[in-house]
Structures are given as C-alpha cells and as structure tokens.
Design a protein around this ligand. Structure first.
Ligand SMILES: [Zn+2]
Length: 235
C-alpha cells in the first residue's frame, strides 16, 4: 500500500506542475503578442520604404523633365538670338550651343525613359507588396486575437488550478509540505519521484537497498541520498 503522505504529495505535485506550466505560458504570451506586433511593424516599414523609393523614381524623372524644358527654352532663346544677329561667328556659335543643348536633351530623355520603366516596375512591386502586406496584416491580426483568447483562457485556468493546488496543500502535513517545497525550489522540476529499477527517478543514481526497502515499506518518507528528492515505490 502506498504511503498516504506520498499519495497526497503526488496529487499536490501534479497540481503544482499544472500551475507552473500555466504560469510559464501566461508569462510567455505577452512576448508572443509583442513578437507578432514587432513583425508587423517591420513589414509595414519595409513596405513604406518600397513606396518611398518608387515615388523617388518619379520625382527624379520629373526633375529631368524640368531640365529638358529649360534646355528647350534655351534653344528657343538661341534661335531668337540667331534671327537678330548679323555676325556669322555669333550665328555659328549659337548653332554650336543649340547642338550641344539638343544632345543634352536627348541624353536626358534616354534617362527619363529608363526611369519611366523603373517606375512602372516599381509600381508593380508596390502593388504586389501591398497585397502581401494585407495578407500578412490579416494573419497577424488573427494570430494576435488567438493569443489574446489564449491569455484569457489560461488566466481563468490558472485561477482554478491555484484553487486546486491550495486544496491539495491542505491535505499535506505542514512539515512535510515545507520539506517538499524546499526540494522543489532547489530542483525546479519535481520533488517526488518513483523508484525505477532501484534507481532514483529524478537523478537516476542507484539508491541504497535501505532506502528502497524503506520506500517499499511505505511507513516513512524515503529520499534519494544523491539528489535529496523524495522517492516512492511504484508497484
Ligand atoms: Zn536522486
């Protein structure tokens, strides 16, 4: 027959494990929610960056266009000057200026074409990125909702689990309880372990036959000589 104290401790331990698991989950949930938010912020920033980059292409093209316009105006001025001059030298100098400006305009227009193509590509990239972002936003929203629901559920579950834990604590003798709590605090995992093939179920070291017999007898609480955990005989 199992020692009644061991029986009570096993129930308490099971409830302790539950409370620890729920507490750990509850501590982790806000971190998960924050990670979802951070991820979304990074994605949104990346999208904004893509949009700004694309807008910049169009702004650059408009600047080139203004250059073209001012050069065209200059050409018009040169032609007017040509009409008023009587000097051949000045006339050919103006011709030279006009040719030069026309070459520059041609180069600028080539650049403009390149930018127009880049802008079209950029617009397509932005449109796709916007769709991707919308999908991601929806997923993130769902994930956050799930995590918030889980937080509420775990909070409620933890309240119940703590009540059960407190009820189980009342069934254990105070001295035994403080010993159990002390072991649990130092071992972090469990304080009460079964004997497996003559070894401690916690640290797996061989137990003395005296300890095994004591646990088997079920009259006293036996403990592992190596790790100090309480051990019990499992039929
Ligand atoms: Zn041990």
């Amino acid at each position: 027959m199992m020692n009644p104290t061991v029986e009570a401790l096993l129930i308490l331990q099971e409830r302790d494990v539950r409370v620890s698991a729920l507490t750990a989950e509850l501590e982790n949930l806000p971190i998960q929610i924050e990670a979802v938010e951070d991820d979304l912020a990074v994605r949104t920033a990346k999208f904004d960056e893509t949009k700004v980059k694309t807008r910049q292409i169009e702004a650059d093209r408009k600047k080139l266009d203004l250059d073209v316009q001012s050069k065209q105006a200059a050409i018009a001025r040169y032609r007017t000057q040509q009409q008023t001059t009587r000097k051949n030298e000045e006339f050919s100098a103006l011709n030279h200026e006009i040719e030069h400006a026309e070459k520059e305009i041609s180069a600028l227009e080539d650049q403009e074409l390149e930018l127009m193509e880049a802008y079209d590509k950029g617009l397509a990239v932005v449109a796709q990125a916007q769709k991707d972002l919308a999908v991601f936003q929806e997923k993130a929203k769902q994930k956050k909702t799930d995590l918030e629901k889980r937080t509420a559920a775990v909070t409620a579950e933890l309240t119940g689990a703590k009540e059960k834990q407190a009820a189980a604590e009342k069934t254990v003798d105070e001295e035994v309880l403080s010993r159990y709590r002390r072991i649990l605090k130092s071992k972090k995992d469990v304080a009460l372990v079964p004997i497996h093939g003559g070894s401690c179920g916690g640290c797996h070291m061989k137990l003395t036959s005296q300890t095994v017999l004591s646990a088997k007898g079920g009259e006293n609480l036996a403990s592992c000589e190596n790790c100090g955990r309480l051990v019990y005989w499992l039929e």
